[in-house]
Design a protein around this ligand. Structure first.
Ligand SMILES: *[C@@H]1O[C@H](CO)[C@@H](O)[C@H](O)[C@H]1NC(C)=O
Ligand SMILES: *[C@@H]1O[C@H](CO)[C@@H](O)[C@H](O)[C@H]1NC(C)=O
Ligand SMILES: *[C@@H]1O[C@H](CO)[C@@H](O)[C@H](O)[C@H]1NC(C)=O
Ligand SMILES: *[C@@H]1O[C@H](CO)[C@@H](O)[C@H](O)[C@H]1NC(C)=O
Ligand SMILES: *[C@@H]1O[C@H](CO)[C@@H](O)[C@H](O)[C@H]1NC(C)=O
Ligand SMILES: *[C@@H]1O[C@H](CO)[C@@H](O)[C@H](O)[C@H]1NC(C)=O
Length: 405
């Protein structure tokens, strides 16, 4: 399948690329041989992150995870690689796909006022004992899920873990802990005609903005739920939306402004949470929007090709580009603000905004195949500035998630 840039607006092309990449991932479920020894050695080599004596230990009521800076430290090694962790999709296996630079692996997010705790895999597994943790959302959320699994999996002996990739639900099991770390694919959270079989033509996507139970029935009984939804709303189009009892009638849709449709969908989600979830037994998290870096002019790189070839984060404090639409953030804040059940934000937007260097760009795949040398040489067409390399930025999202756990 070829995408002609000339024929489609960029934003549509981006969504199409996401969709195609996702479709490809599903069919490339090759679980590679484990290299346990290597992984263990790496983990052992991993020392504590920098602790600043002047800062207080992390306390969710005192510390803002959005205020801080990325600090380069070449002795920081990621606790896994895309070779040692067999669960990283080709889409995000940047090093394996030939990414030549590695500085992007050595940045640490340091908060202004507090020390973020080190991600302690064994403590995490203890916390999850007898529990189900489920990430729900789109391909960015799938990246966070894979990062999370990779951060803990080397601490589980091979015979005590398993991975079952399927759709919409994928399950990583840690048998000794009787724990699962799951991913449920629901890119809009609410139902749409593009959930299981992705409709690549964004103009033909139709949402059921008041229907969620088909997905949500799979979320019942989970102990910790982590949601997201953002990038699929960014097609630049009005969203074809259905509500009420249009059981089989896709013709009954109305076109709504994306922000309006997003608000209605999130309210549907919020109502489900409030009416179904017992906050005494279930914790709810929401990962805020993951920024896209499609306009290099945003960070004053006039001749850049999106985020292609970027090897350093933006260092300008408070930098915010056009790939994070604040209107969507406001919808999330206002809808969640009215909920009964408490929702913890994993507010990753600001810290990820800086990381123009963290995306997969051309070190990714299309329709299940790693880009060829020829395709790699054509970043204008192929550079993915939505998804993140693993290891990489989503590991920091999980460090924040861990701090709240
Ligand atoms: C760099 O990271 C290493 C390992 O985490 C740590 O021991 C060292 O103190 C850090 N250096 C600086 C300058 O923060
Ligand atoms: C395993 O965890 C599930 C919940 O995820 C629980 O229902 C079950 O009782 C647990 N089994 C054991 C043997 O602890
Ligand atoms: C994997 O998951 C699918 C769908 O949830 C299920 O039908 C299948 O039995 C599972 N396989 C294993 C080996 O658990
Ligand atoms: C949650 O726990 C509190 C305090 O123990 C109790 O009053 C409340 O009824 C519980 N809520 C639910 C939904 O079980
Ligand atoms: C990208 O970086 C490589 C290596 O530094 C360089 O050879 C190439 O010209 C750069 N490409 C663009 C389009 O900037
Ligand atoms: C996330 O943090 C940003 C600041 O970086 C803030 O503007 C936004 O309101 C926060 N989002 C939520 C949902 O709390």
């Amino acid at each position: 399948m070829k995408i002609s840039r000339g024929k489609l607006p960029l934003s549509i092309m981006v969504i199409v690329i996401c969709a195609i990449a996702f479709a490809g991932v599903i069919f490339t479920e090759d679980l590679r041989a484990l290299t346990e020894e290597k992984e263990k050695a790496r983990s052992a080599a991993l020392s504590d992150d920098t602790i600043d004596e002047d800062k207080i230990d992390f306390d969710p009521n005192e510390c803002s995870v959005t205020k801080g800076m990325w600090v380069f430290n070449s002795s920081i090694e990621p606790p896994y690689t895309d070779e040692t962790c067999p669960y990283v999709d080709t889409q995000m296996s940047c090093a394996k796909n030939g990414r030549p630079d590695s500085d992007y692996l050595h940045w640490e997010w340091q908060l202004d006022d507090c020390n973020l705790p080190r991600f302690d895999p064994v403590a995490v597994l203890e916390k999850l004992r007898g529990k189900r943790l489920m990430f729900v959302g789109d391909s960015l959320q799938r990246g966070q899920w894979q990062s999370f699994v990779c951060l803990v999996q080397s601490h589980i002996p091979p015979e005590e873990k398993s991975m079952n990739r399927s759709r919409p639900l994928s399950v990583f099991s840690a048998k000794g802990y009787n724990a699962t770390i799951e991913f449920y694919w629901a890119p809009f959270l609410v139902e749409s005609n593009s959930d299981l079989h992705i409709v690549t033509d964004t103009r033909k996507r139709i949402l059921r903005i008041d229907s969620i139970s088909k997905h949500a029935q799979h979320w019942i009984g989970v102990d910790i739920l982590v949601f997201n939804t953002y990038v699929w709303w960014m097609s630049g189009l009005r969203m074809k939306s259905l509500w009420g009892s249009f059981a089989n009638d896709l013709e009954g849709f109305e076109e709504l402004d994306a922000v309006v449709a997003y608000r209605l969908a999130l309210k549907t989600w919020a109502n489900w949470v409030d009416s179904t979830i017992n906050p005494n037994t279930t914790r709810i998290f929401f990962t805020t929007m993951s920024p896209t870096h499609m306009r290099s002019a945003d960070w004053n790189h006039k001749n850049g090709i999106r985020c292609y070839n970027e090897t350093r984060p933006v260092m300008k404090r408070g930098y915010w580009g056009s790939g994070s639409d604040k209107r969507f953030m406001e919808v999330v804040s206002s809808v969640v603000g009215r909920m009964k059940v408490p929702v913890n934000f994993i507010n990753i937007t600001q810290l990820s905004e800086y990381r123009i260097d963290g995306h997969a760009t051309v070190y990714t795949e299309i329709t299940g195949e790693v880009l060829t040398a020829e395709e790699k040489a054509n970043p204008k067409k192929y550079a993915d500035c939505i998804h993140w390399c693993l290891p990489g930025v989503p590991d920091t999202w999980n460090k924040i998630f861990y701090a709240y756990l």
